[in-house]
Design a protein around this ligand. Structure first.
Ligand SMILES: Nc1ncnc2c1ncn2[C@@H]1O[C@H](COP(=O)(O)OP(=O)(O)OP(=O)(O)O)[C@@H](O)[C@H]1O
Length: 256
């Protein structure tokens, strides 16, 4: 009999995820009953036209926002009905987040910024763990530097190290290369890719950039708060073509 290798567990799954803003005639359904699952050790890009619900999805997955209905399951735990305090505590331990604008604390050194999520949890960061992470992102010699003494690309690499420090179930990145030049962007994308390939990390990245999306294993496309398609083993050209088609679709919906 042929032996089947077990399917990896899902690091993150959402079921029937719906998020509505406002009420009555002005209500906006930013996410409309989305079902998605992200296997452990996978790298997924989330793309779609402006207003399609990408940031709302990431915020719900991170537990920053509470869904109107549906489930958000991170590392096997359904966080959707939890209080904000409980979601925040859970996020510090199980979710790493990288933002477009780095969000480093300006008066803390690179090493202190990397250790911050552990300190916020009342844990003392292990110096060697922090040093290894800074070496991984190519900044072993910048541990004592303040963010203001680092380039944008270097700051974002510190932010990636910080997002990895707690060994999270999932790393969520919101336009992580949006503020970077091409070469720094490539460094950050390679870093995310290697965290998947070498550390088995799960990464979900919102991006507008087809070149960035091509670093992922697959791409999920959102339109008007719904899943409009998947692409596996994406190339920049194929992604750009699909985005153009989806933009036309979203434009047609607005025009009608
Ligand atoms: N706090 C809010 N109040 C009201 N409507 C909101 C709020 N946040 C988002 N929306 C609406 O929800 C929809 C989805 O927004 P979201 O920011 O998730 O889209 P996006 O795909 O990330 O867009 P972009 O690519 O422009 O960042 C949009 O129509 C937006 O106007």
């Amino acid at each position: 009999m042929q032996q089947q290798s077990p399917r990896p567990a899902d690091a993150l799954a959402v079921r029937g995820l719906t998020r509505t803003y406002g009420t009555g005639p002005n209500a906006v359904r930013a996410l409309d009953a989305i079902d998605l699952a992200f296997a452990e050790g996978s790298f997924t890009a989330v793309m779609g036209p402006s207003g399609s619900g990408k940031s709302t999805f990431l915020n719900c997955a991170a537990g920053v926002e509470q869904p109107t209905s549906g489930d958000v399951v991170v590392a096997g735990q359904d966080i959707s009905g939890w209080s904000e305090a409980r979601r925040t505590a859970f996020r510090r331990r199980h979710v790493g987040i990288v933002f477009q604008g780095f969000h480093l604390v300006p008066y803390l050194t690179a090493a202190q910024n990397v250790g911050l999520p552990l300190r916020l949890e009342g844990r003392r960061p292990d110096r060697q763990h922090v040093a290894r992470l800074l070496a991984r992102v190519g900044l072993a010699d910048r541990a004592g530097h303040l963010p203001g003494e680092l380039s944008g690309g270097q700051q974002q690499r510190v932010a990636v190290a910080r997002a990895l420090v707690a060994v999270p179930a999932v790393l969520l990145a919101d336009e992580p290369t949006g503020a970077l030049d091409t070469s720094s962007a490539r460094d950050v994308l390679r870093l995310l890719r290697s965290s998947v390939d070498e550390l088995g990390q799960t990464v979900v990245m919102v991006t507008h950039d087809p070149v960035a999306a091509a670093y992922a294993d697959s791409v999920v496309f959102l339109v008007d708060g719904r899943v409009a398609g998947w692409m596996s083993r994406p190339t920049a050209e194929a992604v750009a073509g699909q985005l153009a088609r989806l933009d036309d679709l979203a434009g047609a919906a607005v025009a009608s």
